[in-house]
Design a protein around this ligand. Structure first.
Ligand SMILES: [Mg+2]
Length: 264
């Protein structure tokens, strides 16, 4: 991979101001297996397009990871710095300086309230669930590891009857989320807040927690290494391209497929 400057975290931009917002193009991508996936050659090619100034383009990471992980990744310089991060499976939204985009995040916070403790108590003894390490009280989700063979339908019903949503991913991760909140709806909120053209947003992902990201209605791509269940859900959906190449290779394919190729 090429040498890159170390000062990758750029000055925060006023999230309410995006000059010529309607003409911008946006890559809104999952990280693990998607923007971090693919061959060395494909990663280098895609990342080079998004290094430094990129007039006409915005880069948004949309991930299940938390902000310390993303910030650490960006600070290594191994990936281009994003303009925005949607983290914690759609429950956190920050700008390039990792400051909250309050106008978007506050609406999500109000849907969660302060329910972390209640969720942890409710699910403490449910079979097949193991709480992920972390301080969940200050967050807008609670996340578990799960065993697909042990997780019970009755557990899922408990979450739903509490008025909350759940999402599984990669047969490993189980997240309890505010109602109606996940990667896709949060990206929609950010796109509307920024005044971006939804038809110029490419959404990219590879696992089941990317389902709402790919099915939200934006031009989208399920990269070649996508989970079988995700592939099944997007098959036949006209705005979702099923790439053959893995990770970043699939994103490069999709930029051509969706005619979003005028990269800087
Ligand atoms: Mg992924």
């Amino acid at each position: 991979m090429e040498e890159v400057p170390r000062t990758t975290v750029r000055a925060p931009r006023d999230p309410g101001v995006d000059a010529a917002a309607g003409s911008l193009r946006v890559l809104a991508t999952d990280l693990d297996g998607t923007f971090l996936g693919g061959s060395d050659h494909d990663r280098a090619e895609l990342y080079a397009r998004f290094r430094g100034e990129r007039p006409g383009w915005r880069l948004v990471f949309v991930t299940g990871r938390d902000l310390p992980f993303v910030q650490g990744l960006v600070e290594t310089g191994l990936v281009p710095a994003p303009d925005f991060v949607i983290g914690d499976v759609g429950t956190t939204v920050v700008d390039a300086g990792f400051a909250p985009v309050d106008a978007v995040q506050d609406a999500i916070a109000s849907l969660w309230g302060a329910r972390s403790a209640e969720v942890m108590a409710m699910l403490a003894d449910e079979p097949g669930l193991r709480l992920q390490p972390g301080d969940w009280l200050g967050r807008r989700r609670v996340s578990y590891y799960y065993e697909p063979a042990q997780l019970r339908d009755s557990t899922l019903r408990k979450v739903e009857e509490a008025g909350l949503d759940w999402v599984t991913s990669a047969d490993v991760f189980f997240d309890v989320l505010p109602p109606g909140v996940s990667k896709g709806p949060t990206l929609r909120r950010l796109v509307e807040h920024q005044g971006w053209d939804a038809g110029r947003v490419l959404a990219a992902g590879d696992t089941l927690n990317d389902r709402t990201l790919l099915l939200e209605g934006f031009p989208a791509v399920a990269v070649g290494n996508s989970e079988d269940e995700l592939q099944r859900l997007v098959t036949g959906v006209p705005h979702v391209f099923q790439a053959s190449r893995q990770g970043t290779g699939g994103i490069l394919e999709a930029l051509h497929h969706h005619r979003l190729t005028d990269l800087p």
